[in-house]
Design a protein around this ligand. Structure first.
Ligand code: ADP
Ligand code: MG
Length: 276
């Protein structure tokens, strides 16, 4: 779906590149999580996925379309939608359904088709009852769901969430995650989820780890979170259950490396208790 080859990018006024030689192939229908500490280049990478930024060196291709060719900009932006961290900057009108309709209107979708898309998008994020409400009266999580609905209404093939849950409370984060998980499963949308929360990354098909503008590790959650040493060297957390597993194993338990979630841990402990 998206091919990133030797991508290097330097902001005009910067002394160092924000991305160095990043190569990554994002498959159609995959759920990719991108993790890394502040300033590691995650947002810069995200902005390359829909031609908001163009490589200084290297190439980014969306279904074969080079982001550097101007004629590709519009089709690429229709294929790849980005939801950013702060929903307040993404809400542009005073009525929820008008906000969701804003994107499709701008690309000339016919009115009756817009109606359908808006209803479906609000349904997909569980906000159908809020269609006539004022966005500024909603909670952060609800606003973020409206921002996602606005993206869904554009019918993108790839949904990029750039720390879209960072400003939400745990319940708000879970709601967004479940909405995105559903879109991925039911509509086959390719998801690129940038997150600070390692627990969120455990739900992905693959995890890409950024540090200092470089992609230092990429693989399944099991493969990536097994590299606890390397992650710690780069001042990154591991999921809480991975850490608990390490501590228990250091104390003599024999829990498998594949433990990432509370469910995995509960299963492993039950099995080991039953064995003894
Ligand atoms: P992350 O999203 O992982 O926090 P960013 O992609 O925002 O990282 O930033 C990567 C690097 O690029 C950082 O060193 C940051 O200071 C720098 N940077 C980000 N945006 C700009 C900009 N508009 N101009 C100059 N430097 C920037
Ligand atoms: Mg960022």
């Amino acid at each position: 779906m998206i091919d990133i080859e030797n991508l290097t990018f330097q902001y005009e006024d910067a002394v160092e590149p924000a991305l160095r030689n990043v190569s990554l192939h994002i498959k159609k229908g995959e759920f990719l999580a991108v993790v890394g500490h502040n300033g590691s280049g995650k947002s810069t990478l995200a902005r390359h996925l829909n031609a908001l930024l163009l490589p200084t060196k290297g190439t980014v291709r969306v279904e074969g379309m080079n982001t550097k060719d101007e004629e590709n900009t519009l089709p690429i932006r229709q294929k790849v939608g980005i939801v950013f961290q702060n929903p307040d900057n993404q809400i542009v009108t005073t009525v929820v359904e008008e906000d969701v309709a804003f994107g499709p209107e701008n690309i000339g979708v016919p009115p009756e088709e817009i109606r359908k898309r808006v209803d479906n998008a609000l349904l997909a994020v569980g906000m159908e009852e809020f269609a006539a409400r004022a966005p500024h009266m909603l909670s952060g999580g609800q606003k973020q769901r409206i921002a996602i609905a606005g993206m869904i209404a554009m019918e993108p093939e790839v949904l990029v969430l750039d720390e879209a849950t960072a400003m939400l409370d745990p319940k708000g984060r879970r709601d967004i995650l479940s909405v995105v998980g559903k879109l991925h499963k039911e509509k086959g949308i390719t998801v690129v989820m940038i997150t600070q929360y390692m627990e969120e990354a455990t739900a992905a098909d693959r995890v890409a780890v950024m540090s200092g503008g470089e992609l230092i590790l990429c693989g399944t959650p099991e493969e990536v979170f097994r590299e606890t040493e390397l992650l710690r060297q780069h001042r990154l957390d591991v999921p809480a259950m991975t850490e608990l597993k390490e501590r228990l194993n250091a104390a003599g338990a024999e829990l498998p490396d594949t433990i990432l979630t509370v469910e995995d841990m509960a299963d492993a402990i039950c099995r080991s208790l039953l064995k003894n």
